[in-house]
Design a protein around this ligand. Structure first.
Ligand code: NOJ
Length: 560
């Protein structure tokens, strides 16, 4: 297989203040492989399907593509349970397909970021199978967290940690020892103090860098290192505590050593390869620690993702994020949806404060209006933005999937109490009037989760050329962002006076060009002095002499 280390043909150059690097203002599109495009008609998306749709992504106007895991996996957690980090699961294709995908993306000027899952593997990974075979107390068990249980006969878990997917974070094996899994029992946690684990992941990084990957999205980046001695947390309902404090299993300071070592490896390679942290930390300040100059390049801004559609709250999180990243010189990221949370078109359709796992469709029209405005706001902020597949079509979460088709392990672990992530993972509608709407090659063919009937009207084909569609809004917004130097680049926003419920800010590029972004988060029109010449809007403002009237739940860009 040919190795290709060269950067994509037509890279974009991002600038943030005095810093440079393509990722600093990149728009990165998340592909969830099983739900993007199915080339062979088995109902499951695959690498060849993704390759065939690269021209769509190029035309959409994104800079890079992040692929959720496609590695060999029993799929106990949709591929986040990896059995072989150097092999492609046959349901997604082959290593040859991965090579072709990376190569073709580069030919189009698109970068490819792969998902790396270092906190845990699959219970079908060779190391874990060997560890089980070798028996209690064996050296090979030291690569994981095996412990004797508590209680008279070791019948109680070694500590009180709870799994993120519900239930204890420990499972007992036949010989009586217990092993740690912060997620499903099929996902044993690696012991990151073990040199073999550290060496193995450095080698895995090189494997994908050699194949041409432009970077890694690092799964559970905050989880690798556990507090020494694995101390009890001393509380129940631990999931509710996440995000409030540093936990003994998350966000330990020693984890940063791992990323310093990885950064040195990436820096050996040409072409600006990047590390992106999936780190759910209590504060943006703690998130910023992951993107210090000698660590990762970006971290997802989950504080932004979890902010309600409310002007004051948005302004606070925008200011807080920019302030937290400034001292470490990292770009801020902005993200509204991903494969773990309710799609924002549905979140914004529901009352605020309900969190990211919703079961109600809410007011669809309201959700769409706000989703359009939220995109226009996100793409006007300095830094890098993430787009989750299907949000450019305005897809809602599918809130009424029957229990028997659900596959999210957290749904089963929590006995239906939680775990509604399947709703944001339903395959993409591309074309036609019959399911799977071009997701697979044959009308009437299968899709691993059923698509709602209404999705015929939301397909790429149905929206293309319709200026009022969500898809055309994304295409226009990304095109304007590319051509306007003040969008994306830079480090700050200058807030302008605005009425309650409205945001207005100005951004100025190094060449002196500037624009104003206005956002009306209220449910009623608002009049403002005309900010400038209209560049783009989620809903057309009315202009009336010296004034503009911003429609309810809308955002606009104005050249000034
Ligand atoms: C975060 C991933 O985004 C999620 O889908 C997965 O279940 C967990 N990490 C465990 O790998």
């Amino acid at each position: 297989m040919t190795q290709h280390l060269a950067a994509p043909a037509a890279p974009t150059t991002g600038t943030t203040g005095t810093h440079t690097g393509w990722w600093r203002d990149a728009v990165i599109y998340q592909v969830y492989p099983r739900s993007f495009a199915d080339s062979n008609g088995d109902g499951m998306g695959d690498l060849e399907g993704i390759r065939s749709r690269l021209p769509y992504l190029k035309e959409l106007g994104v800079d890079a593509v992040w692929l959720s895991p496609f590695y060999a996996s029993p799929q106990a957690d949709a591929g986040y349970d990896v059995a072989d980090y150097r092999a492609i699961d046959p349901m997604f294709g082959t290593l040859h397909d991965a090579d072709a995908l990376i190569r073709e993306a580069h030919g189009l000027g698109l970068r490819i970021i792969v998902d790396l899952v270092p906190n845990h593997c699959s219970d079908q990974h060779d190391w874990f199978k060997q560890a089980l075979r070798e028996g209690a107390g064996s050296r090979l068990r030291e690569r994981f967290h095996f412990r004797p249980g508590k209680g008279e006969n070791g019948e109680l878990p070694p500590n009180d940690w709870e799994s993120i997917f519900g239930g204890p974070a420990w499972t007992r094996v036949e010989d009586g020892e217990w092993y740690l899994h912060l997620f499903a029992p099929e996902q044993p946690d690696f012991n990151w103090e073990h040199p073999a684990v550290q060496d193995e992941f450095r080698s895995i990084l090189r494997f994908w860098l050699d194949l041409g990957a432009d970077g890694f999205r690092v799964d559970v980046a905050h989880g690798l290192v556990k507090a020494p001695g694995l101390p009890d947390l001393g509380a129940k309902d631990q999931l509710k505590l996440l995000g409030n404090d540093v936990m003994p299993f998350f966000d330990q300071d020693a984890v940063h050593e791992v990323y310093r070592a990885w950064r040195r490896i990436l820096d050996e390679y040409e072409g600006d390869r990047i590390l992106v942290a999936e780190a759910w930390t209590p504060t943006v300040e703690r998130t910023a620690l992951y993107v210090r100059p000698d660590e990762m390049h970006q971290a997802f801004n989950f504080q932004y993702l979890t902010t309600d559609w409310d002007a004051a709250a948005l302004r606070e999180v925008i200011d807080g994020s920019l302030a937290a990243m400034r001292p470490v010189g990292a770009p801020t990221t902005w993200v509204l949806s991903n494969h773990d949370v309710t799609r924002h078109a549905t979140r914004f359709a529901n009352p605020p404060g309900l969190g990211t796992q919703l079961r109600e469709p809410g007011d669809r029209e309201l959700g769409l209006r706000r989703a359009r405005a939220a995109t226009v706001l996100m793409l006007a902020l300095p830094g890098s933005a993430y787009v989750y597949q299907g949000e450019e079509l305005g897809l809602p979460d599918v809130t009424d999937l029957p229990d028997e088709v659900r596959q999210d392990p957290s749904f089963f672990r929590a006995a239906g109490q939680d775990g509604f992530r399947d709703g944001c993972r339903v395959p993409i509608p591309w074309s036609g009037t019959e399911a799977p709407y071009g997701f697979g090659p044959v009308a009437g063919g299968p899709s691993w989760l059923p698509q709602p009937d209404a999705w015929a009207g939301l397909s790429v084909e149905a929206q293309t050329g319709d200026p009022a569609s969500m898809l055309e809004l994304y295409r226009s917004a990304l095109a304007v962002r590319r051509s306007h130097p003040a969008l994306g680049a830079g480090e700050s926003v200058d807030w302008l006076p605005s009425p309650a419920g409205v945001l207005a800010f100005r951004r100025t590029a190094a060449d002196g060009s500037a624009f104003v972004c206005t956002v009306n988060t209220t449910g009623a029109p608002v009049r403002l002095p005309l900010p400038g010449r209209l560049l783009l809007a989620s809903a057309e403002p009315a202009t009336d002499g010296p004034d503009a009237e911003l429609p309810a739940d809308s955002a606009a860009w104005w050249a000034v």
